[in-house]
Structures are given as C-alpha cells and as structure tokens.
Write a protein that binds this ligand. Sequence first.
Ligand code: 4AD
Ligand code: MG
Length: 462
Amino acid sequence: MRQTIKEILRNPSIGREMTVSGWVRTRRNSGSLCFVEISDGSCLANLQVIADSGLENFSTEIKKLTTGSSVEVCGILVASPAKGQEVELQANKITVLGYADPAVYPLQKKRHSFEFLRSINHLRPRTNALGAVSRLRSALSLGIHEFFAEHGFFQVHTPIITTSDCEGAGEMFTVTALDTKQLGGPDPFGGDFFGRRAGLTVSGQLQAEVYAMALGRVYTFGPTFRAENSNTSRHLAEFWMVEPEMAFCDLACNMDVAESLIQTVIRRILDSCPDDLALFDRFVAKGLITKLESACAEKFVRLTYTDAIDILLEAQGKGGREFVVPVSWGMDMQAEHERFLCEEVARRPVIVTNYPRAIKPFYMRLDEGEKTVAAMDILVPGIGELVGGSQREERYDVLLARMEEAGLDVDEYSWYLDLRRYGSVVHSGFGLGFERFVQFVTGMANIRDVIPFPRTPGSAPC
Ligand code: 4AD
Ligand code: MG
C-alpha cells in the first residue's frame, strides 16, 4: 500500500522518493513553479507539492489543475523553506487521474454552510469539517470497542430484524415481504415472511440481556431504527447505539461503567486526534477542548429525578425561569429541562436516576415504594440526553405484572421471562446514542452532520 500523508508527516523521510495520491485542494502558479496542495483524507493536513516547468505536462495539465481533481505524484520529500509546513514534495512526475470541472464541481475553496453540504451528501466528506467528523467517528468507535475489550466484555451481534418492541413506544418500522395490497384483515402479517409482524430493531437490549445471562458482560453496537416523527437536531430515524449489558451489576455499578466509558473514550480522542479536535475548537465550538478535558477529569453530578424536578421547580418559581413546557413531578423531562440542569446548574454531565415508573419502559426495576424505577439517564451540555439505561427487573412476578400493565402479549415475551425463571440475577445496562456522542465530542450542532447518510422524516437520499 502506498504511504498516506498522515504517515509521511508523522515520520518524514527527507530525501526519499515516494508516491502520493490524493485530491487537489488548491493550486497556485508562480513563475516557473506551481504549488499544489493535495489531501488524501488520511489526516486534516494537506501535502504541498512543488512542480516546476521541467515536467512534461507542466503547461498542458499541471498549471490548469483545479480543486477536486485527483492526481498521483512521484517525487522527493524535501524540507520546506516556507512557513506553515515542515516538508513538501518536489515532484518528478504528476499524473492527472481525474478532472473535476470547476464550472460544475460544487466544492470550491470557500467555506460552505453545513446546510448546503447536506444537499451534496456524497461529496461532503471531502471538506475539512466533514472529513474530520468522519475520522473522529471512526476513532470513537474504535475507542468504544477497546474499552469493552479491556474490561472483559464480549461483543454480541443482536438482530436488526426483530419481533419485539423493546421500548414499547410503537416506533418500530415494519419489515414485510408482502405486497402492501395484501395487507389488511384481522391478521395482516399472518401470511407474511415471518408469519407475524416483524420490524427493525429499536434497541438490542432484550437480546443483549440473553447473552449477559450466559457470558456475564456483553455489549452490542449497531444500527437502531425509530419511526419517530421528531425533526430535531438530536433525532435520526436510523442511528447507532452502544448497549452494554452486565450480569451481577446494580444501578450504581451501571452508572460507574457509563461514566468510565465516556471519560476513557474522550481521553483517548484528546490524545489521538488533536488536529481534528483543534479544527472544531477553532471553527465550530470555541472552548471545545477545555470542555472535553473537564468532562473527563471531573466526576459527573448524580441526582435523583425527584431532586432534579425540585431544582427545576425552584428555577421556575423563585428563579423566574420560563420553560416552554412547565415543570411538574411525573413529567418526561424535555431537552430544555435536561440542558438547564447540565448547562446552568451543574455545568458538567449529570446522571439523573429513579424516574417515575409511568414514563419508563416495563423492563426497568421497580424501586421500593413502587413510584419510581431504577433508571438512569446521562445528560450532557449542548445536547441533553446522551445515555438511557437502568437496572433491569430480575424478579419474575414483578416483571410479569409490569408486562401485563404495559399491555404486552406475555406469550410473545416468554423467552424474556425465562431469563427470570432460570437462574435470574441482578443485572443492568444502558444505551449510549453514538451520534449524540459524536456531537458532544465535535461540538457539531446538528446530528445530520455526524452520520454519513442521515435518515430523517421525509429524507433518505442515496
Ligand atoms: O433512551 P433510549 O430509548 O434507551 C433504550 O433504547 C434502551 N433500551 C437502551 C438500553 O438500556 N440498552 O435510547 C438510548 C439512547 C438515548 O439516550 C439517545 O442518546 C439515543 O439512544 N437515541 C437517539 N439518537 C438519535 N436519534 C434518535 N431518534 C434517538 N433515540 C434515542
Ligand atoms: Mg431515553
């Protein structure tokens, strides 16, 4: 494999001949020389190529190179006399691989808005910002897998097609092999591929629980789908979720693992991706690096839901704070409340626990007093909810009653009840929304800009 610009800059071998391939960012002619900045996507930095008039295609091709064209350059790496870079490539040969007609190529040297870039989804990873998002996304994913491997977790591949609606929120996309004209009648999916209604998973949790009850510590990290009609900067119809599930682990242990995962992975990114992070700190979210440094150094604040509501009620009352949705105990907190708690009260990530049972799914463990459940959400500045999790209900009778209360068909979930029938143990887990994590780490305001191909209501191009 040929050397990448990242490798060349990390360990420059001055005087060595090498071949570099990439796309032209800029080209500047100066007398008998031509300066071409090329990028190969391996890092944020470009490599400057110097071409002189002795090259055979100097006047016919090199002098006319335009942004976006692809080239292969053979040359000698030399120390750069100019400011801004340590080395440059003195070209012996430049082959133009593909032209990009400047009259129609949409990415020019100026800065483009993220909104405009969304309309050219297939070209936007070639920009500095979206290239940096993509590299960080990959580094974050690797950091998550490493964290789990180092802590004795096994990765489980949970299904994408499922017949269980984990969150019970009715947001499952249906998967069918039937002609839609055939649908209807009392059992519309009876003659379908799976013989019953199937859908795209809203969470791998229930299946991860199966494996936690056999392997102890597991996690699943995959695409998740929700037919949720939320057109916000934090919601996607297809997103990736990281879901660990741990046997012999209670709510406190669950919070410790979540906090440690977030802090360890951020620490790694700060160390391994300084250039890409500096770009966001400079152009997207001033103070980002300081925010990330403190997020991984300071303990997260831990509050019960009831205490959180008291704080919000006080802000709403004595504090004179106006929320769009007024606060009261029992409500499902909105992003405005979540952000108030972590941005204005704690000024750091906050873990809220023990939510009212009525607003949380059936599988969460009922607390003593039965008004609340052993839930935990992690709220972070700029975003709100990043993590949702809980200790699971391990008591057969209590779980059965909760399922009946939620109106679930208990027979369809008998496999899930079996986990409580045979060798049940205390266990917990959580789901971390991967795109929201990428948003937190990059400071990108819109979730559509941290996933390669966003799917939102009314929009699924390419
Ligand atoms: O809070 P949620 O719905 O929790 C679950 O699905 C649990 N079964 C997870 C578990 O315990 N294993 O979702 C978890 C996280 C949220 O905190 C949020 O970060 C993200 O997933 N999320 C979304 N991200 C983008 N777009 C959406 N529509 C999302 N819905 C949830
Ligand atoms: Mg949630």
